[in-house]
Design a protein around this ligand. Structure first.
Ligand code: ZN
Length: 419
């Protein structure tokens, strides 16, 4: 069969079997005890002669990614040092990931250099040599570096060698020449655990171009959003790199940039337009504005505290109980900050409703466990609750029950104060 069974981080081929002129889809192929098993959409009659046709475009993309993985591996060793050791790899049609040991997280500069070195190998157009060798002979020639992707079984092993670049024991499908890769683009680097880094990359000229177009479109949409508030003079040329820098600045995953920009834009006060040199500059200013507005929301004016105490408090057995049931009271401020501010007084327990649920606080001179109350009322809201003994919150998706939850909170607080 020409079908490659899943293995070594390479997905199986898919394609068709031609049986008496009829096409039957092959959906998955795996190797079981040395037999290559084809999973077909329909049953194939026993004893029939079949012709297998693999989905070549898909396979060719997988081959590009596989050979590119070996090239990336060598580029990592060259840029970072010989201590780099493959920890895993996974190929896909659209992208591949390569995990390897390295003592520190990769810098942007490391990533660009690895990408540059890898593309040098692509440009050089080196023939990929695939040979079967006696294990002892292969080890003698190339050493243990062969076993980066794992140690194969058997006396004879298959060695894939890119002369002067990389040599590995590997049973996967490979290109005949590194120039067939076309182009490699590292999408991003990640620290996946202590001592292990991951590079996610795309191989193949068309796929790289598609990716770059996608990134440009995303950046354009982000720019449009930012323009509601910022006058952006220039838009950066390298969209991918810009997106990554923004994600890093906001400390969010790459795919959460749009949501984050939107949230920040919503949260900052309406003010006059801000000048920005470029997108990164606009994002930096947006982030600063957002942080400042958050700080502002935590600064609770004494008039608000006084208003809450006069409108929403009741006396109970020598305690002051505050139940702020109007969500508009807290909407311009951080409700936790309000609760903390109220709890500075003596013998007071407060409960404030906000757009997520309820926030509870109690002054230090009271023996009470608000966490339990938060948990119980949170379940009424179809969610949960927790926090500290004297500062807790609850929330959930069933906010229509908030009045009931507040009543319940009042009973629970009273019973704790009485007990
Ligand atoms: Zn391989």
């Amino acid at each position: 069969t020409a079908f490659y069974p899943e293995g070594g981080g390479q997905p199986s081929d898919v394609g068709k079997l031609m049986v008496d002129g009829k096409e039957i889809d092959v959906e998955y192929v795996e190797k079981i005890d040395g037999t290559i098993v084809h999973y077909t959409k329909e049953a194939v009659e026993k004893g029939k002669e079949v012709e297998g046709i693999i989905d070549w475009e898909r396979r060719y993309s997988l081959m590009k990614h596989h050979t590119a993985t070996h090239v990336i591996n060598s580029a990592c060793r060259k840029v970072l040092g010989d201590h780099v050791w493959q920890a895993g790899s996974q190929l896909d049609v659209d992208e591949a990931r390569f995990d390897f040991s390295h003592y520190k997280p990769l810098s942007e500069k490391d990533i660009r250099e690895i990408e540059r070195v890898a593309n040098e190998v692509v440009k050089e157009g080196i023939d990929v040599v695939k040979e079967f060798l006696e294990r002892s002979e292969a080890e003698k020639r190339y050493g243990v570096v062969l076993y980066q992707g794992g140690v194969p079984e058997g006396r004879i092993i298959r060695v894939v060698r890119i002369p002067g670049v990389d040599v590995e024991a590997c049973g996967g499908t490979h290109l005949n020449n590194t120039s067939e890769i076309g182009k490699i683009k590292v999408v991003r680097g990640e620290r996946i655990q202590d001592g292990v880094n991951r590079l996610i990359f795309v191989a193949g000229r068309e796929r790289v171009e598609e990716l770059e177009k996608r990134e440009e479109r995303r950046l354009k949409l982000i720019v449009e959003k930012l323009q509601e508030k910022f006058n952006i003079k220039n838009v950066e040329k390298d969209a991918g790199k810009t997106l990554q820098r923004i994600a890093k600045m906001f400390s969010v995953p790459l795919d959460k940039i749009e949501d984050t920009v939107e949230k920040f834009m919503r949260d900052i006060p309406k003010a006059e337009r801000i000048e920005a040199r470029n997108v990164i500059d606009a994002c930096e200013k947006l982030f600063k504005e957002w942080k400042r507005s958050r700080k502002e929301k935590k600064r609770i004016p004494s008039e608000l505290v006084e208003k809450i105490l006069s409108d929403y408090s009741e006396d109970y057995k020598g305690y002051k109980l505050v139940f702020v049931s109007d969500p508009n009271i807290s909407k311009d401020y951080d409700s936790i900050a309000i609760a903390e501010e109220l709890a500075r007084a003596e013998r007071i327990v407060a409960c404030i409703r906000d757009d997520k649920g309820l926030v509870f606080s109690a002054s230090q001179d009271i023996e009470i466990d608000l966490r339990e109350i938060a948990r119980k009322t949170g379940s009424l809201l179809g969610g949960g609750g927790g926090g500290k003994e004297r500062l807790a919150r609850c929330g959930g998706s069933r906010l229509e029950n908030i009045q009931k939850a507040m009543e319940e909170a009042k009973n629970l607080i009273k019973s704790q104060l009485s007990g």
